[in-house]
Every structure is written in structure tokens, then in C-alpha cells.
Ligand binder design. Sequence first.
Ligand code: SF4
Length: 329
Amino acid sequence: MRPFAYVKPSDVDGAVQAVAADSGAKFLGGGTNLVDLMREGIERPYTVVDVTGLPLDEVTALPGGGLRIGALVRNSTLAADHLVRARYPVLSQAILAGASAQLRNMATVGGNLLQRTRCPYFYDQASACNKREPGAGCDALGGLNRSHAILGVSESCIATHPSDMCVALVALEAVVEARSVRGTRRIPLADFHRPPGDTPHVETVLAADELITAVELPEAPAHSRYRKVRDRASYAFALVSVAAAVEVRDGSISDVRLALGGVATTPWRAREAERILRGGPITEEAFRRAAEAELAPATVRPGNAFKAGLARATIVATLRELTTGGGAE
Ligand code: SF4
């Protein structure tokens, strides 16, 4: 690991000024991803600005029914928060489906938004990887790509976005608040992560000197749920996951928000499926039609072709659970 300077500011202004003054600086939250990447020589900051002493660790109810989540709230704290459990079960379920208890105790909400792919070629310095080294090529395209994405891919990168929490947050229409020396801005989470295109190393719209300070949720949906399919029962990334929020009125779906994980290069808002479902009947046939339409543009490879069918089945099962009371929360 390259030697680096370490600073630990006590206020947000000090943190953003420290990074603005040093183009080789990185913010450090829980460190559950950044420290791994530094050990592997993939991230090589000259200065680490530890933000864990900043007063950004509270969950507060907003007037009007929403929720403000400080960027330094630990994942385990957020999953256990009584307001989250009562109003946004999809978020609590998604967090508890991710990583291990030890990692959830360390990982922060802001860091979770910025975690990088677990594509094994990205971590292997002997492999070609456009995300690690722009222009180098992508060994996953013709290699082992069972865990890779089928939506939002490009010929430069097919890496899957790894987060469970972000999938729930996209379905909940979360907004990210970011601060820099230029001021504060708000970014809808659906616009926060960038598909790879021909610049897969650029993963978000956040500037290098911007610090995530909070995530805000609008008023909670009536029913929401997270379902994750993976190779083993815990400590595994999603093969497919579905976050769903549904409103039912007079026997039809009056509103629906759907997001997919494990199949896309970004936390994937399933807008085509939503369009078909909204205002329609609560039937298996309608759920299947919506799932088919969402997966129609999928680009599959021999290793990951199974994901399209698995995603369709998981969408249908999640919607069935939510709308028939089988597990609705
Ligand atoms: Fe790198 Fe993306 Fe290819 Fe993986 S899929 S090797 S992260 S360019």
C-alpha cells in the first residue's frame, strides 16, 4: 500500500476544505470497501480524510412524512431504526440481506452509495479491466461472467452494481445531499450512478471533492418488500434482487415502484415494468407481462443468461407477495 497522510476533521466544512485542497485525497467512512481497494493497490490516495467524526449520524423524521438519514449512519443502525422498520421495510430488509453483521456494523450509508463492483477481474491486477485501467479491455466479456450484468451494459464493462441498500433506495425515490466548497446540491438517486458506457471508471455523478452528507426519503409507500436470490443464505451478493413498493386501490395497482439488483450495472429502476403495471389489474398475467417487458432489452452471455429468467420469476413472486398479503408489509 502506498503511504498516505491521514486527517480527521471535526466538522463538514473542514472535511470538504481538506479534500478541495488536495486532488489526491479521498473521504474515508466505514472503510469496508476503500481499505480493501487500497490494500490491493486499486485506490491510491495521497491523503485519507476520515469523516467518521462528523455529526452526520442521525435518522430524523421529516415534516410531511419523509425521513432524513445522515451519511454516517451505520448500515446496522439504519436497518434496526424503528421508523425504517415501520415505514420502509424494504430498506431494512435490503440492508439485512447484505454483507455480514460485522460489515454492516462498520459500513456507512454514504459509503454504501459509493461502493465499487465486486467483479473479480477488477480486483485482479493481472487481468484487463477498463474500470481499473481505462482502455485496457475487459476480460469479463469473454471470461467467467456468471455474476455479471445483463442490463445497462456496454462493450467496455458488464460489472454488476453490488449494493442491496441502493436498490431499495432507488425504489423509494431517495435523494442524495452532497456538499463541497461550492455549496450543497441534491441529486435523485436514480440519477446518481452512471451506466458504464465507454467510461466505466466514472461510476457516479459525484465530483471528487463532494461529500455525501445525507439521504432523504419521501413519504413511505403503503407496502414495500425486498427479495434477494443468491447462491447461499448469507454473505453473498445478489444474483437477482427486487425492491418493490406498491399502492393498491379498488382492486388495481394505483402506483408501483420497482427496482432490480444483481442484474444491472447500476441500481436499476424498472420503469418499463412500472408503466405496464400502473393502473392495471392485480394478476399473475399482468406481473409476467411487466417482467417480460423489463427484461426484453437484456444482453446476456453464456455465463449469465440464466439471470433473465430468474429476474422475471423474482419480479412476479415479489409482486404476488406484496399484493396478495403473502408477506405484505
Ligand atoms: Fe473491469 Fe468492468 Fe470488465 Fe469487470 S466487467 S473486468 S469491472 S471492465
